[in-house]
Design a protein around this ligand. Structure first.
Ligand SMILES: [Mn+2]
Length: 322
């Protein structure tokens, strides 16, 4: 019997699996990737009796894999908050799926584990930009404001590390980062204890990349309610695009944001954020384009041809016209 742990390579995926490993330490085959690499079950082969855990990737994008693994006799435990569509019914499948906009996978795992590693759930929720949810559940921790902000920073940095076109863009491969992080029952041991050099590497990378992004201005076609930014084809831009989008949303809560990163060949990688005060429509907009997907508040398009930039700009500004 083999454990196979499949997780999104962002803060939420890493913090969800960290909680599960702390609760039940195990040797597992890890399957992950950059944050946008969500069709992860394509890579998974399993045999009868194997236990496959899948975290923080849309079941809709992995349904064929789930069905195939179940047919092979594996047991599948699936926890997620993205669009799921129809959930297969089978004895071998256990799901915890909740698409509510104030929930993330780390919070769902925290509920499953009855708050055993609550601080890690707080980090995961901050990482998914669910500040209110994170602060609400953090009331169950005996920590002060300064410590809460450290958990927020860690969530932000882990999330930041997941963005890139390929693992080569990232400071840490997500499976490596999971191994470094999940040794610690408390996130503070990673932040200021034995893991502090890794925390510092994330912090330094984040500050440097965000400094470059902060110099960018909205491009032509942007409106008062919907702003577009275009970042160059460079590793720093691919790393920072997602967190920069979150940062813009927090700075301008009434405005929708699209951050486009140029790719080789003239295509764009896009992060869309609905206005913080009206978390709607980002997934709907992105799913109208090939390679688009996500959640109502935060969605993206992996590969938009330059020829569709005008159409995307038109639909984005129409979606958020008021
Ligand atoms: Mn998530």
């Amino acid at each position: 019997m083999t454990y196979i742990d499949v997780f999104n390579g962002d803060a939420d995926g890493i913090c969800a699996l960290t909680q599960l490993h702390l609760a039940e330490p195990r040797e597992a085959r890890l399957v992950t990737g950059v944050k946008r690499d969500i069709e992860l079950l394509e890579q998974v082969e399993a045999q009868a009796g194997d236990r496959v855990t899948v975290l923080d990737v849309s079941l809709d994008k992995n349904r064929d894999g789930v069905v195939r693994l179940l047919a092979a006799g594996a047991e599948v435990f699936y926890v997620d908050h993205h669009f799921a569509g129809e959930i297969p019914s089978a004895d071998g499948l256990k799901t915890i799926i909740n698409e509510a906009p104030d929930v993330c996978t780390s919070l769902l795992v925290n509920g499953h584990l009855k708050n055993r590693f609550l601080a890690w759930a707080v980090v995961g929720a901050f990482g998914d930009n669910l500040k209110k949810s994170a602060e609400t559940i953090a009331k169950g921790l005996d920590i002060g404001e300064a410590q809460l902000r450290r958990l927020e920073e860690l969530g932000t940095y882990l999330n930041y590390n997941g963005y890139g076109e390929s693992v080569g863009d990232l400071h840490f491969a997500p499976d490596q980062l999971f191994r470094l992080v999940s040794r610690h029952a408390s996130p503070f041991d990673f932040i200021e204890g034995e893991g502090r050099e890794h925390f510092a590497k994330l912090a330094d990378g984040y500050q440097a990349d965000m400094g470059k992004a902060a110099a960018m201005q909205p491009v032509a076609g942007s409106t008062e309610h919907a702003a577009l930014f275009i970042l160059p084809d460079a590793p720093w831009a691919r790393r920072v695009s997602g967190v920069y989008s979150n940062d813009l949303v927090n700075q301008f809560p009434d405005r929708a944001h699209a951050v486009l990163t140029e790719k080789a060949g003239g295509h764009y990688l896009i992060s869309v954020r609905a206005p913080l005060n009206r978390k709607k429509g980002a997934d709907e907009l992105c799913r109208r384009f090939p390679t688009g997907g996500g959640r109502a508040a935060a969605a993206g398009i992996n590969d938009l041809p330059a020829s569709q930039l005008g159409e995307f700009t038109r639909q984005f500004t129409a979606q958020y016209a008021v």
